[in-house]
Design a protein around this ligand. Sequence first.
Ligand code: CP
Length: 306
Amino acid sequence: MKLSTPHLLGIKDLLPQDIRLILDTAKQFKEVLQRPIKKVPSLRDVTIVNLFFENSTRTRISFELAERRLSADVLNFTTSASSVSKGETMLDTVNNILSMKVDMVVLRHSASGAPHFLAKHISSAIVNAGDGTNEHPTQALLDAYSIEEATGSLQGKKIAIVGDIMHSRVALSNIHLLTKMGAEVTVAGPPTLIPKFLTEAFGVNVTYNLKEALQWCDVANVLRIQLERQNQPLFSSLREYNIAYGISRKLLDSLQKDIIIMHPGPINRGVELDSDVANGHESIILQQVENGVAVRMAVLYLLAGQ
Ligand code: CP
């Protein structure tokens, strides 16, 4: 089986069968990662560059680990230590790297559409590791994998996406994926952080009442408040945001039902999630991170086979 696309630019471009193929392949790689020897030779002689024009902890390390587990040769690039700081364009940078016989590019960039632009100009496979406020496809895939692992399936599951929907590439990729795979989605947060087009464009439910969303859902995927992307104040203070939209132990207990708590990281503890919720028995946050390696192995393996 093959993916219908030579790149992973966004979940928007994937067919449901592509998503299924990636999740099923990731399951096989997760089994590999439980073995004493966690390395397979699948991408031997394949060279991959991780181009990170924006900060990252989880995604960058997870991609590098996935590449090394697949026996690929790995190059890491960060803007601050490169000639981008001398004025070189992204395309020149990439073409110079590719001329050294690099096969695949993993790109994180603060500009929405950067990987799509690159895909028009280079022939190597590109994996979007997060572009601006557009998409973060491997995060949505690892979130989906984690939901399936915890609940058995995506079909018919009720997923609440909570918080800063407006600035979140994780939200958009999750909405694309979950609606393609038959889950129901509600977004919850302050009106100033929820784009108006969501219901019309995707058929998702919108609520400004956090407790209503939590009472409805099987899984709450809680997003980070992205202050660095807000040009103007969109809520009065972090303290007040926490009172209205933060998830506390008291709030979870008041639901009188079990829900699963997810977060893509990095967490603002005491803002969108209280520490005892992030560390509590409902939380699968670290399982998400663990699953990210298997999911990224699957993506790289399938794209290299195109
Ligand atoms: N979830 C996520 O993308 O985290 P990083 O920004 O640390 O990669």
